[in-house]
Write a protein that binds this ligand. Sequence first.
Ligand SMILES: [Fe+2]
Ligand SMILES: [Fe+2]
Length: 307
Amino acid sequence: MTALPRPRVDTRASAQTRADAPTRADAHVPQPRRARFDWADVPLHWIPGDAHSTHVINSLHLFLPAGERWFVKVMKQALPLVTDDLLHDQVRAFMSQEGIHATAHGTAAAHLRAHGLDHAGYDRRLEVVFDRLLGDHRLPGRRMQRAWLDVRLAIIAAIEHYTAVLGDWILRADALDEAGADPVMLDLLRWHGAEEVEHRSVAFDLYQHLNGSWALRASVAQVVFPVLLALMLDGTRVLMGEDADAPRFRPIGGYVAGMDKGRLPKLLWLAMQGPRYVRPGYHPSLEGDMQRALDYIARSPSHIRAL
Ligand SMILES: [Fe+2]
Ligand SMILES: [Fe+2]
């Protein structure tokens, strides 16, 4: 494997080129990167003997592509409103990273279909959520249109809180290695998780730049966690139902069994993320470990293969 130079975190606001840029907690500009995944030898139950934990995590392959493409659509509308050069660069890089993530998880979803798991009905429910409910609506007047954009940016910022904390979690989930989890699947999750840590602050800073209302941020966050949980549960149910070799779907018991083995995040820890996010002084720059994330990307086999 080729050894790449170890990237360093640059949290300075690029003082030489951006002397007028405001000081921000996360001045790092994310870097869009390609990654190539070869699914040919990846077994359906890529956590050996643990179909439930496998499909809980597989549910990400179903809803992340739709969600991340929706992020990009919404941010395209917000980008012309950004008056800060550094933030503008960060948002563009964020959009590019999310587009690449969506494509990568789409290949994993195709791998599930190749194993005979049909999730077309679930995909149609996602279309209702992202294209109809959260899509563009004909709203009267610019103020209403702008308010709807701000609500959607608040939703993205809240989701990105969870992707950052889960990204950091997967980078530290040694129990998955110990369980013999497939290295290609783990690499997809860790490459993506690392980039979620890398761009942890962008959606939040964009929301703060264009609106910044704590009340809106806090109220939106109350809805985001239950919806993410419902999407994950529904996706797991669909995949378990389609998998002839999986045991009966047990939403709580199955999850807790994987959680107790360290293969899934602790539910209590996940539930605590909401209250942490709505603290008035919260900033995502305190989430995860940026250097650990960049170190992982530098040695990610799928990223190295795509160079
Ligand atoms: Fe992503
Ligand atoms: Fe993200």
